[in-house]
Design a binder for this molecule. Structure first.
Ligand code: GAL
Length: 370
């Protein structure tokens, strides 16, 4: 074989090993939030799995996964327009600065009280009114050996929604050829603050309908019970003998309407589970399978907690993608996180971020089929 032929064959081999080269990230306009343009980016992997990310709220707008016959379906809830996302229940959004609730919309840090806008009764939910899901992020395409990647960043000013410190937040989405969506979060601050970022995708592995037949496992022996405003009481309670026990695979709908006080308060599952965890390393927090399609979702995190929410507040008022009407319990969220209301609960793992330190956390959503 001549030198040139060898070189040519080598190049062909390399380009076949790297099929994403053939599918560059697609960028298209997705309307406007006020006068700010919103873009949609489509990331495609070697298996034709696609993730669509919009810059409004750095949201996952669509995510396909193969069933046991290789058939792809969109497995996340979402909207077709920015206007729909503006008033939505956080479909696919990055929530922050503080995911989930801060009780009574206030907390103390270094002897000073900070007050936040209350957007959930007496409490602050997902970082306040103009939280990270309701702002336009700046997207940058990134070269990554791990897969096809898009980075989004947002600079939250000192005092924004009541929080101290200018927070520079970045979310890196990577779609791998192993059908994983990896989310790497980082943030830095110029003043001591609190931070807790999470992803708020509503999954439905069947692609439509109720999620009650999905089978759930959560690797957690305890959860944090809540009061009537869904604020943790501070207790870490064993799941043993309760409908909160998902340590073995259990149908989501099996016990969801049991007269257990915590399920009555949450109108279903809407709680933080205390993960058994991998000692600070990425570990499987939850595994969900859908019997009719065989689709499986595994969630990896090194965070201490995960919010399992069964879409109890969905009420059919939103017309979503393809005209789908999302009724109660048509989607579930698995939000990796520090525990809700940690800034007011000294016994919970701390969410304080100091200047000069970098907040870092990673979530992997891995799809497969059985
Ligand atoms: C979840 C939260 C629910 C509900 C939902 C948004 O993260 O746990 O209580 O507020 O967000 O509708």
């Amino acid at each position: 074989m001549s030198y040139l032929t060898t070189m040519f064959l080598g190049l062909v081999l390399i380009s076949n090993m790297n099929p994403q080269k053939n599918t560059p990230i697609k960028k298209e306009p997705f309307g406007k939030a006020g006068d700010q343009p919103v873009e949609m980016y489509t990331l495609t992997n070697a298996n034709a799995v696609e993730v669509k990310i919009i810059t409004y709220g750095a949201r996952v707008a669509s995510l396909t996964a193969p069933d046991r016959n290789g058939k792809l379906a969109d497995v996340v809830l979402g909207c077709e327009t920015v206007d729909c996302y503006i008033n939505d229940p956080y479909f696919g959004a990055i929530v922050g600065r503080y995911a989930n609730r801060i009780g009574k919309g206030r907390f103390w840090l270094n002897g000073k009280e900070y007050t936040l806008p209350k957007n959930d009764g007496e409490n602050t939910l997902h970082g306040g009114i103009r939280n990270f899901s309701r702002v336009v992020w700046t997207a940058t395409e990134v070269k990554s050996s791990g897969g096809v990647a898009l980075s989004l960043s947002y600079l939250s000013k000192d005092g924004e929604e009541g929080f101290p410190g200018t927070l520079s937040a970045t979310v890196l989405y990577t779609l791998t050829d192993k059908n994983e969506l990896r989310i790497d979060y980082t943030a830095t601050t110029d003043k001591t603050t609190v931070v807790n970022l999470s992803g708020h995708s509503y999954f439905n592995l069947a692609g439509e309908g109720s999620i009650l037949n999905h089978v759930m496992t959560i690797n957690a022996g305890r959860f944090t019970p809540v009061d009537s405003g869904l604020i943790p009481t501070g207790e870490l309670r064993s799941v043993k003998g309760t409908p909160m026990d998902f340590t073995t695979p259990t149908r989501i709908g099996a016990r969801i309407d049991d007269p257990y006080e915590q399920l009555v308060l949450g109108k279903g599952y809407d709680h933080n589970w205390v993960l058994d965890g991998g000692g600070g390393k990425l570990a499987v927090a939850a595994r969900v399978s859908e019997p009719t399609t065989g689709r499986v979702l595994e969630v990896y995190t090194a965070e201490p907690g995960i919010q399992f929410y069964t879409g109890n507040f969905l009420d059919g008022s939103i017309k979503g993608k393809g005209g789908q009407v999302y009724q109660k319990r048509f989607g579930f969220c698995l939000e990796t996180q520090h525990f809700p209301d940690s800034p007011n609960k000294p016994s919970f793992p701390s969410t304080v971020l100091q200047p000069g330190k970098t907040y870092k956390t990673t979530t992997v959503y891995k799809f497969s089929a059985t």
